[in-house]
Design a protein around this ligand. Structure first.
Ligand code: UDP
Ligand code: MG
Length: 309
């Protein structure tokens, strides 16, 4: 018998826990035929509602359900990492609790694993139902990432992924504190089959990702998987040195031809403000990387457990 572990990060998902269970277990017959047992790990990421209580109700009915509660909200990335550590399956799959990742396509995904793929990933090809500005910035993010990172980060990729034990171990070997899973999947490699589907809207509850949270997350992605902004800072330095050099020559020539080298202090003010702006900007970039390094060096645990059942 093989074991397939499903990991479901939940943050205030009381309305979705039971629905998800029902939907997921519809695959039971298919997997029994394949000699695969199922287990379900709900990772309660510090929910303030009755998410944990809902999961406990399921646990009483079905011993294949497990609960891991964090001491506070550590974020979805931490929940994914905890799930990787806890899931004992030969195969592991991540799904969102809100049924935006349809459990109904699991048999199809498993089919590709049987064909020899190491991991089966999903991406949504449309973003219908999402705010326009959000889609715009999301597209921009992926466009920029494709240019500045050597790691493949696929546009519209979801965290819905089925993978073999080997891939799980590879992901676990990346112990970094600042986790950007979408990039890490690309970084570890392995043979991946991509399935595409249209965006599905959330069943109950609200999205946990505000625009600001997503913005910070995108910065996480950039600093985790690219050092291009640092190169940009050096590039700006060289550019401004060249410009300064040209200005020096210009001033000398003007003095030789017309006298009066001191006229034009307004232009001086403009130049000083521009350059100090650029300097602060570049310092900020440096600061971002330094801050990330600082957090890594502290070596704090990625999550803390309150309860495990
Ligand atoms: N989630 C989490 N911790 C958080 C935020 C979200 O575990 O801090 C979970 C959430 O419960 C859901 C999944 O991550 O199962 C995806 O979140 P959501 O549906 O809010 O994001 P969206 O689909 O809108 O991008
Ligand atoms: Mg969702």
């Amino acid at each position: 018998m093989k074991l397939l572990s499903a990991v479901v990060p939940c943050y205030n998902e009381e309305g979705n826990v039971a629905d998800f269970y029902t939907e997921f277990m519809k695959n039971e017959a298919f997997f029994r035929e394949k000699d695969v047992e199922l287990e379900l790990w709900y990772i309660d990421d510090g929910s303030k509602d009755a998410t944990a209580a809902e999961v406990k109700k399921l646990i009483q009915k079905d011993s294949r359900v497990h609960l891991l509660s964090f001491s506070r909200n550590f974020g979805k990335e931490a929940a994914i990492y905890a799930g990787l550590e806890k899931a004992g399956g030969d195969y592991v799959v991540f799904l969102d609790a809100d049924l935006q990742d349809p459990p109904a396509i699991l048999p199809e995904m498993y089919g590709y694993i049987e064909q020899g793929y190491d991991s089966v990933a999903t991406r949504r090809v449309t973003r219908k139902g999402e705010p326009v500005i959000r889609s715009f910035f999301a597209r921009m993010f992926y466009k920029i990432m494709r240019r500045i990172s050597t790691t493949e980060i696929v546009d519209g990729a979801r965290d819905y992924r089925l993978m073999t034990r080997q891939v799980v171990e590879a992901l676990l070997s990346l112990k970094e504190y600042n986790r950007f899973t979408k990039g890490m999947f690309g970084w570890v490699g392995f043979e991946t089959k991509w399935l595409e589907y249209d965006n599905i809207e959330r069943k109950k509850g609200e999205t946990k990702w505000s625009f600001w949270k997503l913005f910070i997350y995108s910065m996480e992605g950039i600093t985790s998987f690219s050092t291009a902004p640092l190169a940009f800072a050096s590039f700006m330095g060289v550019l401004f040195c060249l410009a300064a050099f040209a200005l020096i020559i210009f001033t000398i020539v003007r003095k030789a031809l017309f006298g009066d080298p001191t006229s034009g202090w307004p232009s001086l003010v403009c130049i000083i403000s521009l350059i100090s702006g650029v300097q602060l900007f570049c310092l900020g970039i440096l600061g971002q990387y330094l801050a990330k390094t600082y957090m890594e060096v502290k070596n704090r645990p990625i999550y803390l457990i309150k309860e495990e059942i």
